[in-house]
Each structure stands twice: as structure tokens, then as C-alpha cells.
Design a protein around this ligand. Structure first.
Ligand SMILES: *Cc1c(COP(=O)(O)O)cnc(C)c1O
Length: 425
């Protein structure tokens, strides 16, 4: 659209939606491509509205959302209880900085410590910041508590990890696309295969500060480690006085059928990173959560974030966790995931290589004969939002609040989409 002084005034007076109300899907996509950085390759769907498990484009085409903003939308879009909480907080205060105390943050840190079964909480905004916070805590713990010589601490991580996009984090990614041309990278990381506790033990040295891993590797294609791995890793870490750091940013808050994925085994961490669903699908809220011993190394000035722990984020996050508890999200995720897994296998027949995952975090890997691009196009055409992860695997992680009738609709659309591709082979 042509931009001039009148337009600024008009937006200021009549609002954003007055300006974009007549945009077609194509116009929105074109402006995004022209003025936006091309660090994503979105599917050709322009979502103008979303509610519960559904989303709509400007033409009124309706979709069931099985991406759920990568598990960040657990409560469904615009969950009423959370919108109400946000509106109430908008009448009080939203942003005061950590220069002061607020009752909302007081409630948040206590609620999250209680919910996690851990002792203390450092509020942040995004998942990557929560992981960075854990890395800083682990290193400082290594130097000041374990006695590792300064600047020699090592953190063991896994192949095919995904922990976010900061320069430190992509530095220990094994995905060439995430790293290339972004170096030089921070030293101090060792990479071992995922799912192999012996490899972890072999990589530990006297300078090892921590082991950092996802309990299920979601971005890698929903890779579930062998049964017993989480508990074995806990034992290895305890044996060698190494901090266990779980990245629960995507798997946390009931997504896998437990409060946290580590709750499937005896694998309580010393530190964990949480985010995504903690914001109730309304705004970014993350945190590093840990034991008293690990968190105690932070002193005033060691770490911070302007927006971390703001009253709006804290109020929404506490309400989000309360809804998960009151409405048994863990049980719902387990039951809904089991339903979809069975329905997909029945519908997909010989087209499906494997379904991986736990709870309502499912990765459906198709046989190599079915072209991923055609599947992707068919899912959209049949009204299902899903996106290919690595390994011809499509992610199905609808909101945990998705109703049974909607799950049945997801299964029906899945069947029609897969048949439309498989039937023409
Ligand atoms: C999404 C994700 C992150 C990064 O979170 P952002 O909010 O995008 O920074 C980190 N770890 C895991 C496991 C994730 O899925």
C-alpha cells in the first residue's frame, strides 16, 4: 500500500485493522516478502483470525491448527480465561522493570517452582533466553561450586539438538543450515549421540559442568529416546557431579502427557528451560527453573532482561498453568494423543512409515514414495495446518484444549488428504 503521512494519522486514529481490513491474502504475503527478512519460508496461508483449535484466512477458508505455534498454543487460540486475565492485568500494570518488586512476579516464581517441583525461577521471555540462562548458571556453578578452572567448563549436548537461535546456541547445533556463516562460535560444548547414556558418560571430564538436552527432540522430527534413557542420564550426571539441564521449552506443560517430559521417568533436573505454552498462547513467557543450589550462583547484576518477569506476562502465565491443572491437561494430552495416533494409523495405512512421539506431540513419518511437498499441499487444501519437520515427518501438535469432536475432524481431514496423494501414486 502507498504509505504517506495521512496513513500514519489514519492508523493512529482508526486503528491497525482499519488499515488492513481490505487486504487480500496475496497482498499480505507480498508485503511480508518485500519488506520482511527472509529468515522463514512460511506456507502460503495468511491467517487473519484464530479461535480455539481453528484458524481462518482472509477468504474465510477454515483450518484446524495442528502446528499450535510449535506447542505454544496449548489452551487454544484466545482461550477465554486467559484473555480475561490479560484484560484485567491491562487495567493495573504491564511493565515496570526489575528495578522494583511486583506481586504478579512474586506469584509467578512461587507458582512455577511449586508446579515444577524445583526451588527457584529466573523469568525470561523466549525459549532461547531460558536456555542461555541455564548455560550461564551451569558455567558459574562449575567455577564457583564444583571448582572447574575458570573458562574451562564444558557442556555436553546432543546431536540433532534444537535449543534456539542465538549465536552461542547455534554454535553447538549439528544442523549445517543453522550454523553456516554465523561463526566464530563459543567454545565449551561437546556433542554426543541422543539416546545413548553411555556416550554421555564417556564424554564427561572433570571440567564438565552440565548435560543439556531435550527429553524428546521435537524439531529433529519428534525423536523419542529409548525407555530408561532419561533416568540413566540422571544417574550419570549425579555420579559425576554434572548438572542435568532439560530443555522443556517444547515438551513442557503437559504436551507429552505429563507436566514435564522428564516426569515420565525418575529424571528430575538441576535446571530446566521452559517457555512456549507458559505464555498461554498470548505472549512470550519463559524461565530457567532450578534447584536452590544451581540458582543460588546468580548474584545481582549477573543476568537480566528488560521484559523478563513483567506483570502482564506473569499474570497470564500463572493463569495458564492454573488452567492446565484445573482441566487435567496432562490426562487430556495423553488421551487425545492416543486417539489421534490410532486414527492416523487406521487412515494412513501403508502410507505411514512410523508415528513417533508422546502425548499430543506426534510426528508422522510417511513412506519415501509419498512426496512431502504434495502431502504438505494436500493437508492445507483439506484444512489442516501442519508443517514438515526433518525426515519427511509432519508434526501434529494441536492445542491440548482441542475437543474430541475436533480431533475426529482432524482425523477425517488427515484421511482425505493422505488418500488424495496416495490414491494417485
Ligand atoms: C522453540 C524451542 C526453543 C526456542 O524457543 P524460542 O522461544 O523460539 O526462542 C528452544 N528449545 C526448544 C526445545 C524449542 O522447541
Amino acid at each position: 500500500m502507498a504509505w504517506d503521512d495521512a496513513l500514519w494519522r489514519r492508523i493512529a486514529e482508526r486503528g491497525v485493522h482499519d488499515a488492513i481490513a481490505r487486504w487480500t491474502d496475496e497482498q499480505a504475503i507480498e508485503a511480508t516478502e518485500r519488506f520482511g527478512a527472509h529468515n522463514y519460508h512460511p506456507l502460503p496461508v495468511n491467517i487473519v483470525r484464530a479461535k480455539g483449535a481453528r484458524a481462518w484466512d482472509a477468504q474465510g477458508k477454515e483450518y484446524l491448527d495442528c502446528v499450535g505455534a510449535y506447542s505454544a498454543v496449548a489452551h487454544g487460540h484466545l482461550a477465554e480465561a486467559l484473555v480475561r486475565e490479560a484484560k484485567a492485568q491491562l487495567e493495573r500494570s504491564t511493565l515496570v522493570s526489575r528495578a522494583f518488586y511486583t506481586p504478579e512476579m512474586a506469584l509467578f516464581v512461587q507458582a512455577l517452582a511449586e508446579y515444577s517441583g524445583l526451588d527457584a525461577v529466573c523469568p525470561m521471555n523466549t525459549g532461547a533466553e531460558a536456555v542461555e540462562t541455564c548455560i550461564k548458571l551451569a558455567r558459574k556453578w562449575a567455577y564457583t561450586v564444583k571448582g572447574v578452572p575458570e573458562d574451562r567448563a564444558e557442556i555436553v549436548v546432543c546431536e540433532n539438538n534444537f535449543h534456539g537461535r542465538t549465536t552461542t546456541i547455534v554454535g553447538f547445533s549439528t544442523e549445517e543450515r543453522y550454523r553456516r556463516f554465523f561463526g566464530p562460535f563459543a567454545p565449551g560444548f561437546r556433542i554426543v549421540p541422543f539416546g545413548d547414556a553411555e556416550a554421555l558418560e564417556a564424554a564427561v571430564t572433570p571440567n564438565t559442568a552440565a548435560f543439556l538436552a531435550e527429553p524428546i527432540q521435537a524439531e529433529a522430527g519428534v525423536i523419542v529416546p529409548p525407555d530408561g534413557y532419561l533416568a540413566q542420564v540422571r544417574q550419570v550426571c549425579s555420579r559425576h557431579r554434572v548438572l542435568l539441564v532439560w530443555d522443556e521449552v517444547q515438551t513442557g506443560f503437559c504436551r507429552t502427557g505429563r507436566r514435564f517430559a522428564w516426569n515420565h521417568e525418575d529424571a528430575r533436573p538441576d535446571l530446566m528451560a521452559v517457555g512456549k505454552a507458559l505464555g498461554g498462547g498470548l505472549l512470550p513467557v519463559s524461565a530457567a527453573v532450578g534447584t536452590r543450589e544451581a540458582m543460588a550462583v546468580f548474584q545481582p547484576g549477573d543476568h537480566g532482561s528488560t521484559f523478563g518477569g513483567n506483570p502482564l506476562a506473569c499474570a497470564v502465565a500463572v493463569a495458564a498453568v492454573a488452567v492446565m491443572e484445573a482441566e487435567d491437561y496432562a490426562g487430556r494430552a495423553e488421551r487425545s494423543g492416543a486417539f489421534l495416533r490410532t486414527a492416523f494409523l487406521r487412515a494412513g495405512g501403508g502410507s505411514i512409515q512410523e508415528i513417533r512421539g508422546k502425548g499430543l506431540l506426534l510426528g508422522v513419518e510417511f513412506v519415501p514414495e509419498l512426496p512431502a511437498e504434495r502431502l504438505q499441499e494436500a493437508f492445507l487444501r483439506h484444512g489442516l495446518l501442519t508443517k514438515e519437520a526433518r525426515r519427511r515427518t509432519f508434526r501434529f501438535a494441536p492445542p491440548i484444549a482441542t475437543e474430541q469432536a475436533e480431533l475426529e475432524e482432524i482425523a477425517e481431514r488427515f484421511e482425505s488428504a493422505v488418500r488424495s496423494v496416495a490414491g494417485t501414486m
